[in-house]
Each structure stands twice: as structure tokens, then as C-alpha cells.
Design a protein around this ligand. Structure first.
Ligand code: NI
Length: 187
């Protein structure tokens, strides 16, 4: 296992709709292990395959650290989502600050449904349908967006987005360097 370099803002792979996963091969299992290692090394709570340059519909998540101050919050541990699809959303929408390992040093509040139901294949490629709330729902929606070429900065209002653009351009120009392995832009 080895941590993989993470691609940064404006890399075209982050904008491409990712391809469905056909089957779970030993090579893919090894890739999933690498994705987890990459995520932990970068202190992330979720990481999507396109973020390491592989345009397939798969992401990993371990959001338990976000529940540290909430003893009653559910803990899911390491989770793999393959070919995930949101099949229902709850009525409530909430604002919460998000960040992204592909957009270092930038956080912004994003409004999303508080509850989602997701159909997906798990780490054993078994089909599951589960409903998630709160933190975990938020991470899943953020990571699922990556599989459709959508970034959280696309979901902030146009005024805020204009304020963020200078920072985004600076990331694209290599002026922000994360403290985890990454793919240099225009390198
Ligand atoms: Ni992200």
C-alpha cells in the first residue's frame, strides 16, 4: 500500500463524469486500500477515486473523527461506496462548512439536504440501500459530487464564488501547496 498523489483544482479529471465500476477485482481492492491510506495521510474524511486521477465511480469514507464530540452519533468506520446513487432526499436542508483535499486551504458553507438514501455497492460489491443523516450524509454528498465532476465550490452562491475565484486561481497556478502528496499543476 502506498499513499497516492491527490490531483488539485482545475485538473480535468475532477470535471469528468466517472465511469461505472463493472466488478470488484483484486487490483481494485488494492486500489481501495491505497485510497484509504491516502485519505488518512491527508487527514481527510472522504476521498473519491477521481481525486487520485482515476475516473471511476467509487469513493471511501471514514467520518468517525467528526463524531468525536457527539457520543450518540452513529459510527460507521471505514466505508466503501461503489456506483452510488441517491434515491431519496429528506425535506430539510442545512448549511455547513466544507473543504476538499483537491482544494487545499479553502472552506466555505454549502447548503445540502440533511438526509439522503443511497443505493450502492459496498466493499464486498454487495448491493445495499441505506439512509444517512447529518455529518455522514454531508460527506457522502460531497464525495458523490466528485463522481459527477462537481466540486463544492460549484454549490456556493455566485457572489461568494467570485470571492473564492482568486484563491482557486492561485491553487491552479501552484501557489498553494498541500502538506500531503499531490500532483503539481502545470508541472
Ligand atoms: Ni472533495
Amino acid at each position: 500500500m502506498a499513499p497516492l498523489p491527490i490531483v488539485l483544482y482545475n485538473d480535468p479529471v475532477l470535471r469528468a463524469p466517472a465511469a461505472a465500476v463493472e466488478s470488484l477485482t483484486p487490483e481494485l481492492e488494492s486500489f481501495i486500500a491505497d485510497l484509504f491510506e491516502t485519505m488518512y495521510e491527508a487527514h481527510g474524511v472522504g476521498l473519491a477515486a477521481p481525486q487520485v486521477g482515476r475516473s471511476i465511480r467509487l469513493f471511501v469514507m471514514d467520518a468517525d473523527v467528526m463524531a468525536e464530540d457527539e457520543p450518540d452519533a452513529p459510527r460507521f468506520g471505514k466505508q466503501v461506496f461503489i456506483n452510488p446513487k441517491i434515491t431519496a432526499v429528506g425535506p430539510a436542508a442545512v448549511d455547513f462548512e466544507e473543504g476538499c483535499l483537491s482544494i487545499p486551504d479553502l472552506r466555505e458553507s454549502v447548503r445540502r439536504p440533511d438526509q439522503i438514501t443511497v443505493e450502492y455497492r459496498d466493499a464486498r460489491f454487495e448491493l445495499r440501500t441505506d439512509t444517512f443523516d447529518g455529518w455522514v450524509s454531508r460527506v457522502i454528498q460531497h464525495e458523490l459530487d466528485h463522481l459527477d465532476g462537481v466540486l463544492f465550490v460549484d454549490r456556493v452562491g455566485s457572489f461568494k464564488r467570485r470571492l473564492l475565484q482568486r484563491k482557486l486561481d492561485a491553487i491552479d497556478q501552484g501557489q498553494y501547496v498541500p502538506d500531503y502528496p499531490y500532483v503539481p499543476r502545470h508541472g
